[in-house]
Write a protein that binds this ligand. Structure first.
Ligand code: NAI
Length: 473
């Protein structure tokens, strides 16, 4: 058979290392492995052509191989320029039975440290299937693959290119001008998208509201076993991992500001406090502000503390949280990082425009910015999500929950198209509970069994769902 060359990764010789970490991760991902076993025979994803745009890490490798084990064909790109683990990408390209000299894996287009042009090229490659067919499913994280398809369709329909007022959209615009893909046909072949994160879900609801959404979507983020675990406990682990690997500064005793006290902010604040930092929270939502106060954090404005704190972390999914004028007021060697999905939480463009400021690379994804008066601040991952840029993202066990949700959502949309007309849905609660159940044994959890009289008394089925949809956990 012809040589497999349909991929682009940094270095195939890293595949053996990647494979060893994938093997270790499989044991830590009991949800995904149980789903592989349960559906091995039924092959519910046979015929699915899934384009994935999600951080190409070791955990994602286990997800990709789960989708393949359920019958899917897969093409993959990362959803961030810094988040790929090159050994994981190499192992996916080589595959479990290939060698670096004879790769036999999955088409993957991802490496750590892509330019923006390379990033969008990779996304287009993941959407470009050999032959006539296009993808019939998207698995997205942050919505960039979905965005590109929608922009492509809009461009073909109106001849108008997306507004290119920022650097990133200018790159998308250039790509669409030169793209040979038939975006309209491509979009019409897509049965649906399953979206991983808060920011991507926000984009989907916006498109649903303005009537531009082209295919059904499952909001995986708002599965309880996703946002209340990955966003919170995942960030509790990977935030300080990123800060430590980047700077190795002692966190204990320092003052840390966490902007935003949603699911991600809650995990971040807890991890910094766990290291002995004094944590201060900023919020715009009175409910989250009150939660932070009751959890024992000082809640105030950035303005009040910007010249006093040592570590700043943005977790809002909003833009313009820390501006250049704020950074100008910070202490010498203050550390500034973002863990929200996009890089617009920290005003990097404004920082670069300060007259006389000098940027210097300490090591990849760690930069000092020296102000004219000699003061230095340290910026992590150029303002992009630092837990994936400076560390390796969330650990396997928590991602097993998120990715089990993803896999079940893919099966739902692919196998029951009639039940999901164009719109945005959350995962049915019985599947959410199923994902949690799949992770109990590994932690030695013994669940109490609901007795029939008790079930009748609280008005639920013995086998669940145990909570109404409006319950908040
Ligand atoms: P969320 O909506 O639960 O929390 C965001 C919080 O920020 C809200 O409580 C909101 O009121 C607050 N906020 C908004 N504007 C603010 C402002 N100007 N100042 C202070 N607070 C403000 O969202 P969630 O789930 O916590 O996600 C946050 C971001 O993190 C999203 O972009 C999401 O996609 C991303 N994310 C990143 C992960 C990672 O591994 N790096 C993992 C999961 C989510």
């Amino acid at each position: 058979s012809a040589e497999f060359t349909d991929f682009k990764v940094a270095d195939l010789s890293l595949a053996a290392f990647g494979r060893k970490e994938i093997t270790l991760a499989e044991h830590e991902m009991p949800g995904l492995m149980a789903i592989r076993e349960e559906y091995a025979e039924a092959q519910p994803l046979a015929g699915a052509r899934i384009t994935g745009s999600l951080h190409m890490t070791v955990q994602t490798a286990v997800l990709i191989e789960t989708l393949v084990a359920l019958g899917a064909q897969v093409r993959w790109a990362s959803c961030n320029i810094f988040s790929t683990q090159d050994h994981a990408a190499a192992a996916i390209a080589v595959g479990p039975n290939g060698t670096p000299g004879n790769p036999q894996g999955v088409p993957v287009f991802a490496w750590k440290g892509e330019t923006l042009e390379e990033y969008w090229w990779c996304t287009e490659q993941a959407l470009t299937w050999p032959g006539e067919a296009g993808p019939n499913m998207i698995l997205d994280d942050g919505g960039d693959a979905t965005l590109l398809v929608h922009q492509g369709v809009g461009y073909r329909k109106t001849g108008v290119l997306p507004d290119a007022d920022n650097e990133e959209l200018a790159v998308v615009r250039a790509l669409l001008e030169n793209s040979r893909l038939d975006w309209t046909a491509l979009a019409s072949g897509i049965r649906g998208v399953t979206e991983e994160t808060t920011t991507g879900v926000h984009r989907l609801y916006e498109m649903q509201r303005d009537g531009s959404l082209l295919f059904p979507a499952i909001n995986v983020n708002d599965a309880v076993t996703k946002s209340k675990f990955d966003n919170k406990y995942g960030c509790r682990h990977s935030l300080i991992d990123g800060i430590n690997r980047a700077t190795d500064v002692l966190i204990g005793g320092k003052t840390a500001v966490v902007c935003g006290y949603g699911d991600v902010g809650k995990g971040c604040a807890e991890s910094l406090r766990g290291q002995g930092a004094r944590v201060i929270v900023t919020e715009i939502d009175p409910i989250c502000a009150l939660q932070a106060a009751m959890d024992g954090y000082q809640v105030t404005t950035l303005d009040e503390v910007v010249d006093k704190a040592d570590i700043f972390v943005t977790t809002t999914g909003n833009k313009d949280i820390i501006m250049a004028s704020d950074m100008a007021k910070m202490k010498h060697q203050a550390i500034v990082g973002n863990i929200g999905h996009f890089d617009n939480e920290i005003d990097m463009a404004g920082l670069a425009k300060i007259p006389g400021i000098v940027k210097d690379e300490v090591k990849p994804q760690v930069h000092t910015w020296t102000f004219p008066d000699g003061k230095v601040i340290i910026i992590l991952s150029e303002g992009r999500l630092l837990n994936l840029g400076n560390a390796t993202g969330h650990p396997s066990f928590v991602m097993s929950n998120s990715f089990a949700d993803q896999t079940l959502a893919q099966i739902e949309l692919f196998t029951k198209p009639d039940e999901y007309p164009t719109g945005v849905y959350t995962l049915p609660k019985h599947l959410d509970e199923k994902v949690a159940r799949l992770h109990l044994d590994a932690l030695g959890v013994k669940l109490t069994k609901l007795r029939p009289e008790q079930a009748a008394y609280i008005g639920v089925d013995v086998d669940g769902p145990y909570k109404p949809d409006h319950y908040r956990y």
